[in-house]
Design a binder for this molecule. Structure first.
Ligand code: CAA
Length: 288
């Protein structure tokens, strides 16, 4: 590793202002870190900030956060479309761009060049190989999976994924980061689907197959898991929350890596082709 990565994290660069990226930016800013949130289009940044404002307002309404702390957190979030500017003085970079390996590789190659040598480089991938992403940076020891859950401000888990070459000091820094932002970490080996997506996705894919076979309605399949198994949301509503395009991308990857049980159902492909991606487009298994 090029340098000591265990110093205090003062500045975080979050790449991607989508559902996960803006949530990550929010929790870092609320925990007192300066944040540079980067996306490729100004309109994506505006939408990300609007979601942060909505979430912070909800937390103030519920007395989880004071109005003063909200304003201070909000003032710590800066936006840019320039990757180099975003990461220039970052102590930690969290990548939350779309789930496509070629984009991750391109981004981590840039991070290897432009991020400070002491910075930890995290990827929020939910299933892709952290080892492969890390290799693209040219300094794999400081790359680690930092897998967050939607909605980021409310979900307690941070899944830390140790790539083949991730240094112990990087994992320890990731644990310290989790504590700082009030998340509970688990540390898992880099294996397709990690500990979370592999199980979560299998439930979701089986629910879609059951819907295809007419076993029960979407409402009743969800009700079965909520009332019969005490899940906070049913697997189909959860698919709508996560995004059906995201679900499909994870399934395609796990199908390739782990086999037949993850084969994407035809219904899911059709819905994605029709632009029915869940909450974000106003329709998925349900209408919003
Ligand atoms: N910020 C702040 N507040 C939020 C919020 C956010 N981002 N999202 C929701 N809330 C608020 C709601 O507005 C609601 O407020 P009101 O009570 O004032 O209406 C409050 O939180 C509680 O929500 P609800 O009462 O509607 O529902 P709930 O008690 O069931 O909690 C939930 C909502 C936390 C989302 C819960 O349903 C839950 O835990 N669902 C499962 C989520 C899950 O499994 N996430 C993981 C997805 S997989 C993933 O993200 C990883 C991947 O790799 C794809």
């Amino acid at each position: 590793m090029s340098n000591d990565v265990r110093g205090e994290i003062r500045k975080v660069a979050v790449l991607g202002a989508g559902t996960m990226g803006n949530g990550i930016a929010q929790v870092c800013a609320t925990a007192g870190m300066e944040v540079a949130m980067r996306d490729v289009e100004p309109s994506f940044l505006e939408r990300g900030l609007a979601q942060i404002d909505k979430s912070l307002a909800k937390l103030v309404e519920k007395n989880v956060l004071s109005a003063g702390d909200r304003d201070a957190a909000r003032a710590r979030i800066h936006t840019t479309t320039e990757l180099e500017a975003a990461v220039a003085d970052a102590d930690l970079v969290v990548e939350a761009i779309p789930e496509r390996m070629e984009l991750k590789i391109e981004t981590f190659a840039l991070l290897g060049k432009h991020a400070p040598k002491h910075a930890i480089l995290g990827t929020n991938t939910s299933s892709l190989s952290v080892t492969e992403i890390a290799a693209a940076s040219g300094d794999a020891a400081r790359v680690v999976g930092l897998h967050f859950f939607n909605p980021v401000p409310l979900m307690k888990l941070l899944e830390i994924v140790r790539g083949l070459s991730t240094a112990d000091a990087t994992v320890e820094a990731a644990r310290a980061f989790a504590a700082r932002i009030g998340k509970e970490p688990i540390v898992v080996k880099d294996f397709p689907g990690f500990a979370t997506s592999r199980l979560g996705v299998i439930l979701g894919v089986e629910a879609i197959r059951m819907l295809e076979s007419g076993v029960a309605s979407a409402e009743d399949i969800d009700k079965a898991m909520k009332l019969g198994y005490r899940h906070p949301m049913g697997p189909l509503e959860l698919g709508d929350l996560v995004g059906l395009d995201v679900r499909l991308a994870i399934l395609e990857h796990l199908h390739k890596e782990l086999g037949e049980q993850f084969r994407p159902p035809a219904l899911l492909r059709q819905m994605v082709r029709a632009g029915k991606l869940g909450r974000k487009t106003g329709e998925g298994f349900y209408k919003y």
